[in-house]
Design a protein around this ligand. Structure first.
Ligand code: ATP
Length: 305
């Protein structure tokens, strides 16, 4: 663990210790192009937060600034109170990073590669081996003696996940952890990340809104470098989503299997329609309700603002 920093590099004492990552007013210009525009959010200890947004929304730029690979044009990032600008080494030591595309050391086997990174982080070999074997067991990685260059994309991603955990970091920053993987491997990785909930603090980007909805405690929705919505998944669904009721009924006097369908968006409307059907001698066959998914909300929020 890094030594306690001088006060100037740490957040004020009043800052809640439960906040592991804080991003404040972050902006990034590439030349005169504003890729990230005044983005603020935080991630509490043990939370999983998803950053979602269309291609080019600025997700990877934000991730790279958080892990210290790209210099912000404006704004502050702090990890467990360590400011990335003033105490980058201390902040980086608390982060396990999974880039979208990992440069791999093609000639190394998985365990040689993980040993190499354990040395880089100064983790004792035996302890590093235990950690690596545990993660690879949980991720069901077979053929560990195979060279990385001969592994499939999914196998390599599992090794990279193990690498992100080798120094037992407090914060995991995962850029598109399941991109380009088959559904089974993708589900395995997502299930593994789900099991880390509470033990690690996780920030991840994803294009898979279905997975984000099931996995993330909170989401930050980006468009054109700006935050267009953020909050708990339930809160976002309450604020931006809605319920749609579909009532199927048989008109008075109609015979056989013929039925009609009406859709409405409030209980009052539903009650009124059902009342009319019954009053006119029709028969209600069934009523279904449908709550907006995060994906539907995302499409509305991103196309609307
Ligand atoms: P994707 O979902 O496609 O990975 P993203 O949300 O991660 O996209 P970024 O990769 O952060 O988006 O890119 C945001 C914008 O910044 C894009 O318009 C991109 O072209 C631009 N950009 C990113 N990196 C650079 C760079 N090094 N130089 C110039 N422009 C860049």
């Amino acid at each position: 663990m890094p030594e306690k920093q001088p006060l100037s590099t740490r957040l004020p004492e009043t800052h809640p210790v439960v906040c592991v990552l804080e991003v404040r007013n972050l902006s990034k210009m590439y030349g005169d192009f504003l890729a990230v525009d005044d983005v603020s959010f935080s991630v509490g200890r043990g939370e999983i937060v998803g950053v979602v947004g269309p291609n080019g929304a600025g997700k990877t730029s934000i991730i790279k600034m958080i892990v210290g690979l790209v210099e912000p044009s404006r704004g502050e990032i702090s990890v467990a109170g360590y400011c990335m600008r003033n105490a980058p080494e201390e902040a980086k030591r608390l982060i396990g990073y999974l880039p979208e595309e990992s440069p791999v050391y093609e000639e190394m086997t998985a365990l040689e590669y993980l040993d190499f990174f354990a040395d880089v982080y100064g983790v004792e070999r035996e302890e590093a081996r235990r950690r690596a074997e545990r993660v690879l067991d949980e991720l069901c990685l077979s053929h560990r003696e195979r060279r990385l260059g001969e592994m499939s994309k999914g196998m390599r991603r599992k090794v990279m996940i193990a690498r992100s955990l080798i120094n037992d970091p407090e914060l995991l920053v995962y850029d598109e952890p399941a991109s380009g993987l088959d559904p089974i491997t993708s589900a395995q990785l997502m299930e593994y990340i789900r099991r880390l909930r509470g033990r690690k603090t996780i920030l991840m980007t994803t294009h898979n809104l279905y997975q984000a909805e099931r996995l993330c405690d909170r989401v930050v929705i980006l468009k054109g470098g700006r935050v267009v919505a953020q909050g708990g998944v339930r809160e976002i669904k309450r604020r931006f989503g809605g319920v749609r009721y579909t009532l199927r009924f048989r008109s008075p006097g109609s015979r056989g299997s013929g039925s009609r369908v009406v859709t409405c968006t409030s209980l009052e409307e539903l009650n009124a329609i059902a009342g009319e059907v019954v009053h006119s001698g029709g028969e209600i066959l069934d009523i279904e309700n449908h709550t907006s998914s995060l994906e539907e909300i995302f499409l509305t929020v991103v196309s609307g603002s």
